[in-house]
Design a protein around this ligand. Structure first.
Ligand code: G4P
Length: 292
């Protein structure tokens, strides 16, 4: 789980990552398909600048399929090799060695033209906490690799794991900290569970989620909570509209305290939990359109 990052942690993580990157041919950058931009730390562009990069949108099972396709298109237009997978079930992951191999083709050809035989492609998985790095390593290794803490400094001997015929993967991932100077990015990271729950205000997150759901997934909300009416929102919903919706959901789910008042803490927790477990549906919180 996410820890709080201090400047010392960050400096150490960066140093360790730079050392690891020297050993590899391809960086596998893992992001959360529900927030493909907000779950990146742009520092990776600096750290991995001179290496080919495979961008993997993980947790595709939790995200909105149409938007995942849009995101893949968006990243491909930017020149990335981008693909969606589900590390938990393994869907899509068997192709990772081939995608990596494609990225080393030019280097391999150059070596071979000089009469050298290229060795296996060496890869490293990098991402912020909770994006599924350990799950993917275990999946590719076909066994459980001990998880190191999300704490730079907690290291152990690193080993190469053979994956398929062409790839070797470092068994410890590169861990970047989540970057959330922009408050909305912070809300998205918190909603998806990338920031420790103790550090977040559940009501803030629930209000944020409701705003997104009202605007982008009103039918999913209606279906999940048996609501007949969702206020039609043009742009940002007003506070009154949000409170109205909160009340309706709280009432439907029996989140009430004395005097029939809504228990906003419980309603918030319920909403966040149901978002995180796809009870409301497959939801993506940001779109490529919003970046234009
Ligand atoms: P990390 O190393 O990057 O920190 O992430 P980790 O692999 O620990 O994964 C974080 C959580 O995300 C885990 O759930 C893991 O099972 C889940 N996860 C990883 N990849 C996927 C995916 O593609 N789809 C889905 N639905 N979930 C995924 P957890 O609840 O923290 O642990 P557990 O229930 O697996 O024990």
């Amino acid at each position: 789980m996410a820890i709080q990052w201090y400047p010392g942690h960050m400096a150490k993580a960066k140093r360790q990552m730079i050392e690891k990157i020297k050993l590899i041919d391809v960086v596998i950058e893992l992001v959360d398909a529900r927030i493909p931009l907000s779950s990146r730390n742009p520092l990776i562009d600096e750290i991995a600048a001179n290496k080919p990069r495979l961008l993997i949108l993980n947790k595709a099972d939790m995200a909105d399929h149409n938007l995942t396709d849009d995101w893949i298109h968006y990243f491909k237009e930017k020149g990335y090799s981008a693909h969606a997978v589900n590390a938990q079930s393994g869907k899509g992951t068997a192709s990772i060695p081939d995608w990596v191999h494609d990225l080393t083709a030019a280097k391999r050809e150059k070596l071979e033209s000089k009469g050298f035989r290229a060795r296996a492609d060496r890869a490293l998985i990098i991402g912020i906490p909770n994006v599924g790095k350990s799950t993917l390593i275990n999946r590719l290794a076909k066994r459980k690799i001990a998880k190191i803490g999300d704490r730079p400094g907690v290291t152990k001997g690193q080993q190469w794991i053979k994956v398929g015929k062409t790839m070797e993967l470092l068994d410890t991932p590169g861990i970047l900290w989540p970057k959330f100077e922009d408050p909305e990015v912070g809300l998205k990271l918190a909603a998806t569970g990338a920031i420790k729950d103790e550090l977040i205000d559940f009501q803030d997150i629930a209000v944020y989620l409701l705003k997104v759901l009202m605007a982008k997934y009103p039918n999913a909300l209606k279906d999940r909570y048996g609501l007949t009416d969702i206020p039609q929102v043009d742009g940002e919903p007003t506070n009154e509209e949000i409170v109205e919706l909160f009340d309706a959901i709280g009432k439907k789910r029996g989140c009430v305290i004395g005097g029939g008042n809504i228990d906003y803490d419980r309603t918030s927790e319920l909403l966040i939990r149901e978002f995180r477990t796809q009870k409301i549906g497959q939801i993506t919180l940001e779109t490529p359109e919003e970046t234009r």
